[in-house]
Design a protein around this ligand. Structure first.
Ligand SMILES: Nc1ncnc2c1ncn2[C@@H]1O[C@H](COP(=O)(O)OP(=O)(O)OP(=O)(O)O)[C@@H](O)[C@H]1O
Length: 296
């Protein structure tokens, strides 16, 4: 039996500034996976999230979730948005400005749901001390923590995130990405994350779909989609680390090199300073590679 959680088939017409653009999207997302949805502006990424959430009716389509029919236009089935088990996180937080953090979360509770989850989520997102503040008294990163906690109040099995960390500075973005990874490991919900940040894709997602002019044109793991196979040519190249993962005695590095994302392995003890954001030069000799860190 397939472990597919979400199965999406959509046909819809996008009305763009340049005319009509047919959207044709078919994909499945397995339980507990995190899929990044990326691609040029205007490709239809936000519209696809809204279609999955049930906020827009497509002209034609089928969406099933855990074998439950959310949409089947042939049988006129369209489960309303509030009945789909979804959490939504937007770039602009979308919090209620007149309510405290605590009230913003309480407001999201389902009827008859115990309020215990609110305290648990405040704790898990490091917001307990800020529970009585209003959104305007919080930093952008703190507000996005509230938005994330609020999206999880009803224990959704699917989280839709539309460029959630794009407005944050790099350090805050990394913190929120770590928090999302932690919550994802604890609760095992599935995620579709719209992002333009390639580092974020490598850090968070196990699948990536590239969407262009209404269609998914590439789909696979981040390495399958982005990483160039060939070793960099030339004696010395300049690179920037996207991700670094220890594998036994070795360090697997994904980095921008020569305008492409490349993956290479180096002995872990050779370079302990390799980490996301570090820039370096890489010198390939006949059977060795020498790394020199430029900037942290
Ligand atoms: N409900 C709708 N029905 C049809 N077309 C729509 C609808 N909503 C938006 N569009 C159009 O679809 C196109 C794609 O917009 P969308 O916001 O989905 O792109 P995007 O890939 O998310 O872009 P960005 O990366 O800039 O956020 C736009 O030209 C928009 O005008």
């Amino acid at each position: 039996m397939s472990d597919s959680l979400l199965d999406v088939h959509i046909r819809h017409t996008l009305h763009t500034a340049h005319g009509i653009l047919p959207m044709e999207v078919d994909f499945s997302l397995a339980k507990g996976h995190m899929m990044a949805l990326t691609g040029p502006s205007g490709a239809g990424k936000t519209t696809l999230l809204r279609l999955i959430a049930g906020l827009i009716h497509p002209e034609n389509g089928r969406i099933t979730f855990n074998a439950e029919r959310w949409l089947d236009s042939a049988s006129r089935v369209h489960l309303p948005a509030q009945k789909r088990h979804i959490g939504f996180v937007f770039q602009d937080y979308a919090l209620f400005p007149h309510m405290t953090v605590h009230k913003n979360l309480l407001f999201a509770l389902a009827q008859n749901q115990s309020a215990e989850i609110v305290d648990d989520l405040l704790e898990a997102t490091g917001l307990s001390q800020l529970a009585d503040r209003r959104p305007a008294q919080l930093s952008g990163g703190q507000q996005q923590r509230v938005a994330l906690a609020r999206a999880l109040v009803r224990k959704p099995e699917l989280l839709l995130m539309d460029e959630p960390f794009a407005a944050l500075d790099p350090e805050m973005r990394l913190q929120l990405q770590d928090l999302l990874l932690k919550l994802h490991r604890q609760h095992n919900f599935s995620i579709i994350l719209v992002t333009h940040d390639i580092g974020e894709i490598f850090r968070l997602a196990d699948q990536v779909a590239i969407m262009e002019t209404g269609k998914i044109t590439q789909f696979g793991t981040p390495s399958q989609v982005y990483v160039a196979d060939a070793e960099p040519q030339g004696l010395s190249v300049y690179g920037e680390v996207l991700t670094c993962e220890r594998q036994g005695e070795m360090l697997a590095v994904n980095a921008w090199i020569d305008g492409k994302i490349r993956r290479f392995m180096i002995p872990a003890n050779l370079e302990s300073d390799m980490q996301p954001g570090v820039t370096f030069t890489l010198n390939y000799t006949a059977n060795n590679a020498e790394i020199r860190i430029i900037d942290h």
